[in-house]
Design a protein around this ligand. Structure first.
Ligand code: ADP
Length: 173
């Protein structure tokens, strides 16, 4: 099941919340800041341990931590690409970010996951193309693996929300 929601991802009741993190894993603004604020110290503590082990997180990859004070069980931190005009493999990297999160979700046996609109904030990925990649990556992945996972796309602005509504209707979701 794929659904779109308008609001704050830290308030969504799911097993796993995805964070649009940065390579350092040390927190930042936007949704990253919101998740760390709401989730508390336990999340950053685990991020620091991961950094010590593997030196952060590469673009398109993902790591998992506790969700701290959030109602979710896990936060899956992924790093989307910075938009640099479309000539630096941004589309593939964004797809990889979604796929890496789904891989971790399956590994952890989660039943529901909420994604923010990765890379569409300060990373400036065009919203329409980002939504297209997000939706098709998730649909193709769930079909290929034949798993049932509740996926929520959580939009924090009207533009993303209406794009997701339209694209999901177009694909019959
Ligand atoms: P990125 O660096 O990947 O662009 P941002 O956090 O700047 O990450 O933005 C990603 C998306 O997350 C944007 O569409 C932004 O509006 C959205 N966002 C910001 N805060 C929240 C929140 N609390 N819940 C859900 N989405 C959020």
């Amino acid at each position: 099941m794929i659904q779109v929601l308008y609001g704050d991802i830290t308030k969504v009741a799911v097993d796993a919340v995805v964070n649009a993190a940065n390579n350092s894993l040390l927190g930042g603004g936007g949704v990253d800041g919101a998740i760390h604020r709401a989730g508390g110290q336990a999340i950053i503590d685990e991020c620091i341990l991961i950094r010590q082990k593997q030196g952060g997180c590469e673009t398109g990859h993902a790591v998992v931590t506790t969700a701290g004070n959030l109602s979710a069980r896990y936060v899956i931190h992924t790093v989307g690409p910075v938009w640099r005009g479309g000539w630096e493999d941004e589309a593939q990297l964004l797809k990889n970010a979604y796929t890496s999160c789904l891989d971790i979700a399956l590994e952890k046996g989660v039943r529901s996951i909420a994604f923010p609109n990765i890379s569409t904030g300060v990373y400036h990925f065009p919203k329409d193309e980002a939504a297209h990649i997000a939706i098709h990556t998730v649909i193709d992945y769930l079909n290929a693996k034949n798993v049932s996972l509740d996926v929520w796309f959580v939009c924090f602005d009207n533009e993303n929300y209406s794009i997701y509504k339209r694209l999901l209707t177009e694909v019959g979701q």
